[in-house]
Design a protein around this ligand. Structure first.
Ligand code: G6P
Length: 488
């Protein structure tokens, strides 16, 4: 409702790399999958509520073969409420723009995880060309000359300016879903000025935290000639004003209480894993990505078991790791490292069928994840650096029983809000081990108290609030512009 009143009949177009539904061919059947992506989790909820068009890269195998390059589909499949418009990329385009510049350049550049970014001119050229292709698609989809365009993430830093050139009256809201580093770190990018100029084509630029927002403003100050009004949080560049703000992203709070109880979920998960029902379980859910601190998490589990031998045989840590960007060498090496470490720890604690680390390097659907969240005494989110991290919020939303403890890295955006979690430095293995043990032995009353306050917070600051705040700011700016145009 809030979204509808903010939009008041405006046309909404979302643009992101990742599509919210992937059609995969399985024999003669077409399966519809949801990708593991914080961005999709959040933005999809918003699109279901406000309809419009979502422009994304068509990535599923069935799309090309069976749906026959169908450019537009109504989604969600069960209850269509908006249009998914796919842009098809050649393998050269995908290689240069997505794997190359976005994921070997910008991703490590913005995350301080000590993986060196790689910048190749060929990748950059594809990045520019693909941004233009998506900008053209947005312009083509637009039915009015002043749509609200919601640009998502680091794949499209250049697109706001490109859309602005074709649709000067558009309201362009760009949200950067990953951290923004300090000016020195960002400054090594050979195309830093072009990226900043591209982003400043936006009407509003959003980051998860005030810290990332400040880093961005300082980066602009260092590398471009602009006028910055720190107080109003605006940057004027090339005759255009951009509001730069922090909008912490969130999840849609589940509407109704779900069918299964925590006990039922435990029964399902324990039978899945072949564990007795009184076994203690810890859970981690991530893409298999080097920013997520999975190695440090396993080391913390190992250290905890060393220090508390009574936990050996009674506790297992289940890591669900969705394969990600696996054609990149950095990701292959990381996946191998994670597997090797899990095997070493398991061999060390071997005792019958007992495994302290259960590594499930595969994709799990949302319903399955809910069972795992409910069945686990502790959820560990130990990212080395993360824009927000929505797994932390999903775990909280799943704990209707007000039990369970969240161990959370201080380097996530979520740690700025979720103070009742056990906050840790993921690089400090002893601290992680202590937090894990504390979580596993925490009295039920303390768990309830912490979980209750976490739940109240996530319920209130949900994803509609995130989108609503951006749209409210946009509506204010639109109004101001209309008045200014009338005066001139
Ligand atoms: C992060 C990024 C998203 C991306 C997601 C999954 O959350 O901010 O833009 O969609 O990871 O990564 P992938 O490369 O599979 O889309």
């Amino acid at each position: 409702q809030l979204l509808h009143s903010e939009l008041a009949g405006d046309e909404v177009i979302v643009v992101s790399n990742r599509e919210p539904y992937i059609h995969e061919k399985n024999g003669n059947r077409i399966e519809v999958k949801r990708p593991a992506s914080g961005l999709v989790t959040a933005v999809e909820a918003v699109m279901r509520a406000c309809s419009g068009t979502w422009v994304a890269h068509g990535s599923g195998s069935a799309d090309r073969m069976v749906v026959d390059r169908c450019d537009r589909v109504a989604v969600p499949p069960a209850n269509p409420s908006y249009t998914l418009r796919r842009v098809w990329l050649s393998s050269e385009e995908e290689q240069g723009y997505y794997y190359g510049f976005a994921n070997e350049g910008l991703w490590p550049l913005c995350h301080i995880a000590h993986v060196r970014p790689v910048f190749r001119s060929e990748d950059w050229n594809q990045y520019v060309a693909v941004n233009q292709r998506f900008a053209d698609a947005v312009v083509k989809e637009a039915r009015t000359d002043d749509p609200v365009v919601l640009v998502q993430d680091y794949h499209f830093a250049l697109l706001p300016r490109m859309v602005r050139q074709a649709l000067p009256r558009a309201t362009i809201i760009t949200f950067w879903h990953i951290p923004w580093p300090n000016p020195e770190s960002f400054g090594i990018c050979p195309w830093r000025e072009q990226i900043l100029e591209g982003m400043l084509g936006s009407t509003i630029l959003g980051f998860h935290t005030p810290f990332h927002r400040r880093n961005f403003i300082e980066t602009v100050d260092r590398y471009l000639e602009t006028r910055i009004e720190a107080e109003a949080s605006t940057i004027s560049y090339d005759g255009k004003l951009t509001l730069v703000e922090a909008y912490p992203i969130s999840i849609a709070w589940p509407e109704s209480t779900t069918a299964s109880t925590a006990e039922e979920s435990r029964a399902i998960v324990c039978s899945d894993l072949g564990l007795p029902e009184d076994h203690l379980i810890g859970i981690g859910v991530d893409r298999l990505d080097y920013t997520k601190g999975i190695v440090e998490r396993f080391q913390a589990v190992e250290r905890m078991l060393e220090r508390h031998p009574d936990m050996v045989g009674r506790f297992s840590f289940v890591q669900i790791a969705a394969p990600s960007r696996s054609s990149l060498e950095e990701y292959q090496q990381f996946a191998a490292r994670v597997r090797k470490l899990a095997a070493r720890i398991n061999a060390r604690c071997a005792n019958g069928a007992y495994q302290p680390i259960v590594l499930k390097a595969e994709h799990h659907d949302h319903d399955r994840l809910l069972h795992y969240y409910r069945a686990s005494q502790v959820c560990m989110v130990t990212s080395l650096h993360d824009g927000m991290n929505l797994v932390a919020k999903e775990y909280i939303a799943a704990r209707e029983d007000e039990q369970g403890v969240l161990v959370l890295s201080q380097f996530t955006g979520a740690a700025r809000e979720l103070h009742e979690a056990l906050i840790v430095n993921p690089y400090h293995i002893e601290q992680g081990a202590d937090a894990l043990h504390r979580a596993l032995t925490m009295p039920r009353d303390e768990q309830r108290e912490r979980m209750r306050s976490l739940r109240a917070l996530v319920r209130e600051f949900n994803v509609y609030r995130w989108a609503g705040r951006m749209l409210l700011d946009a509506a204010r700016l639109r109004q101001r512009e209309r008045i200014a145009t009338r005066i001139h």
